[in-house]
Design a protein around this ligand. Structure first.
Ligand code: SF4
Length: 214
């Protein structure tokens, strides 16, 4: 897709979602990193319900380091995959203390060395906590961008690279939020609400659907 059309889509989505932003609650880069690791395969709402008290009791790296893995498991057990998430978060905390002077690094290459931190999490952190352009491809961004035709890829990495090519850098972070918001509200996985979609006339999926006459 060319840049002009990509920008037209972003523009339409921005009008629809003028307040699009990260829906995880956090006050610091460390809290965002923990919340994003917790968010794998669950909803932001669920994560926020757990971190609300967790971040009051344990607001920073040093307080997290007083927790045992079992303590953390107990506190996040209402979230899926809580055992592996606890293990990753505790290993991540140790590495932050020992290798990064107790600070969350702002560089992508350093972030992905931490336990439980893949491309998506690293991109979420550098974009939201450090204001650097990044397109984190989660399940919504993957599905929506491939339906629209902003990308045409069968995996998240190819999707990320194609989106980076199609969208000017200064719009990467905004596009990430807009695609997530659209995926959560209209372009849902099982039943996209195409008739009420603001970008339907720009969408490859919809155009194909309308052209199909059985
Ligand atoms: S037209 Fe349908 S498939 Fe395309 S973006 Fe909108 S809801 Fe999704």
């Amino acid at each position: 897709m060319n840049e002009e059309k990509a920008l037209e889509i972003i523009n339409l989505l921005e009008k629809e979602y003028p307040n699009a932003k990260c829906e995880l609650n956090y006050n610091t880069p460390f809290q965002l990193l923990v919340a994003t690791v917790l968010s794998a395969q669950t909803t932001d709402k669920k994560v926020n319900s757990v971190t609300e008290n967790l971040f009051i009791e344990y607001p920073d790296l040093d307080s997290f380091l007083t927790l045992s893995r079992e303590d953390l498991e107990e506190k996040i057990k209402s979230i899926g995959l809580y055992r592996s998430k606890s293990k990753n978060i505790m290993n991540m905390c140790i590495a932050l203390k020992e290798k990064f002077n107790g600070k969350v690094p702002s560089e992508f290459d350093k972030l992905v060395t931490l336990s439980g931190v893949g491309r998506k999490t690293a991109n979420v952190v550098i974009s939201n906590a450090f204001n650097q352009p990044a397109i984190a491809v989660d399940t919504h961004v993957f599905r929506v961008s491939n339906r629209i035709g902003l990308a045409q890829a069968d995996d998240v990495l190819k999707t990320e690279l194609q989106l980076q090519k199609a969208i000017p850098k200064e719009y990467w972070s905004l596009a990430h939020h807009l695609l997530i918001w659209h995926g959560r509200r209209i372009c849902k996985a099982r039943k996209p609400n195409c008739p009420n979609c603001t970008i339907k006339y720009e969408c490859k999926y919809y155009i194909k659907l309308k052209a199909y006459k059985p």
